[in-house]
Design a protein around this ligand. Structure first.
Ligand code: 4AD
Ligand code: MG
Length: 476
């Protein structure tokens, strides 16, 4: 049906016209003032109800969460807080929401409570703001790449290769798990499975994106990825969305330049297009921070942080320099870090947060990690110890982007496969790319939910994806 988005009625240019509003009741005051929200904006519109026009029976049912459609004249508001309101002529109650049962009332609910009600949490201001911004970021990502000559490539969701070599994959099978076909030596007969071999849900579209980049030049993927890591943290999901650009003829510095330009573009896009939602979330975060101990409160509020990131260059340091900074740091000297620090370790969250939040106080790009802690496809550096990797760390989140220049030399890559126990016949097609017209190329992966966390200031990744998938949890 045709109706007017509340967003379009909040400014005075349609004053005097008859409008139709469909939405959900937020509050009903004094048997007269009905605040309605339709999701088009964080703001509600006020409907003024004449008791002559709307029966008492209906008025009684105008409780939080009920759905209505109303028509009436848009008039200038006499009350403070809004420019316009609607003088209701007709009102239809579409669906009641019994206040004894409807769980989302006009009070502050905890995010934990709302996670249990993920089917209804969209009705809150916080979640509607988060999901409008999530949409905005999706759109901005496609716009950025389209405007910059990239092609979107759909890489497979079901795959036979483990791109990251981490072995944390979800198996896809149509075999009867209680009674699978077996080979003569008693093993499950993979050849009988749907694809005639073991297949899994993808952990990354990168390897396939590389194939596209080495013909189309600049490509990007934006798809769901799946990781069966049993880590129940506020930054990990078993199903998340990842954006992976891949560019032929780029080296690591080009890759960093692209990643930084891209992230700053997205932050600016949010500031320019989601001011109302961000203002709400900024206030929300400020309130939340009041209950934290002083040393855990971020120095900048959400909006100031986003403006800072939009306007300032990221810090760029090598892994070796990062280790040196950590070894010279106060928390290290005072034995405040839980995990040991020495060249070769994988940086822990506490180390990353120190570098970003306390030492540099801005996003940091760390490059040239030890080969042993990074994936097989990263290009070996001249020093024989490190690879052309880059991770981008941001305040409050830690790693938001991981990427690298790729190993484009066949011999080196074959050696790497051996060292990482990756059978050549599993990725013969990936190796072929290095046989025919090979060239340097680079790319990275941005965790979409981590981006949305960063932009909205939400502290738990489960609150920025509509229906989170985490260990022991696939409800809804
Ligand atoms: O660093 P990762 O594992 O890199 C790759 O997958 C590469 N193939 C990317 C590339 O070079 N094309 O993952 C990339 C990003 C991380 O920086 C993080 O933001 C996010 O994906 N990520 C997760 N987000 C939510 N839940 C998880 N379990 C995540 N694992 C990684
Ligand atoms: Mg990573």
């Amino acid at each position: 049906m045709k109706y007017d988005a509340i967003k379009s009625l909040l400014s005075t240019d349609k004053i005097g016209s008859t409008v139709t509003i469909c939405g959900w009741v937020r509050t009903f005051r004094n048997d007269t003032f009905l605040a309605v929200n339709d999701g088009s904006t964080i703001k509600n519109i006020q409907l003024v109800i004449d008791r002559e026009e709307v029966s008492e029976e209906i008025r009684k049912k105008l409780t939080t969460g009920a759905s209505i459609c109303a028509t009436g004249e848009l008039i200038e508001s006499k009350g403070s807080g809004q420019a316009t309101e609607v003088k209701v002529a007709t009102l239809e109650l579409l669906g009641e929401a019994n206040p004894d049962e409807f769980p989302i009332q006009m009070k502050r609910h905890s995010l934990d409570f709302l996670r249990e009600k993920a089917h209804l949490r969209f009705r809150t201001s916080t979640f509607s703001a988060v999901f409008r911004i999530r949409h905005g970021m999706t759109f901005a990502i496609h716009k950025y790449f389209n405007d910059n000559g990239f092609y979107n490539l759909h890489t497979p969701i079901i795959t036979g290769s483990d791109a990251e070599g981490a072995g944390e994959m979800f198996r896809v099978t149509t075999l009867d798990i209680d009674n699978p076909p077996r080979t003569e030596d008693g093993k499950v007969d993979e050849k009988e499975d749907f694809f005639g071999k073991i297949s899994n849900l993808t952990v990354s579209g990168q390897l396939e994106a590389e194939l596209g980049a080495m013909a189309l030049g600049k490509v990007y993927t934006f798809g769901p990825t799946f990781r069966a890591e049993n880590s129940n943290t506020s930054r990990h999901l078993a199903e998340f969305w990842m954006i992976e650009p891949e560019v032929a003829f780029n080296d690591l510095v080009d890759n960093m330049d692209l990643a930084e330009d891209f992230l700053r573009y997205l932050v600016k896009y949010a500031l320019d297009n989601f001011a109302d939602d961000l203002a709400f979330l900024d206030e929300r975060e400020a309130k939340e921070n009041q209950s934290k101990p002083a040393n855990e409160r971020p120095e900048l509020g959400l909006l100031d942080k986003l403006k800072f990131v939009a306007d300032n260059d990221f810090e760029r340091i090598t892994y070796t320099e990062a280790i040196r900074v950590l070894l010279n740091s106060k928390p290290y000297k005072k034995k405040k870090f839980k995990f040991p620090i020495e060249w070769g370790i994988d940086l822990q969250s506490e180390h990353e947060r120190f570098l970003v939040e306390k030492h540099f106080k801005k996003p940091v790009i760390i490059t040239d990690y030890p080969a042993g802690i990074k994936a097989f496809y990263m290009r070996a550096n001249e020093d024989g110890k490190t690879v052309a990797a880059m991770d981008i760390l941001v305040p409050g989140i830690g790693e938001i982007i991981g990427g690298s220049q790729r190993e484009e030399r066949l011999d080196e890559l074959v050696e790497k496969c051996k060292a990482f126990n990756i059978p050549e016949e599993h990725i013969w097609w990936y190796l072929d790319l290095r046989k025919f017209g090979t060239a340097k190329h680079a790319g990275f992966g941005l965790g979409f939910e981590r981006l949305v966390m960063f932009v909205t200031g939400m502290g738990n990744i489960r609150d920025v994806i509509p229906f989170p998938r985490t260990p022991q949890n696939a409800e809804f």
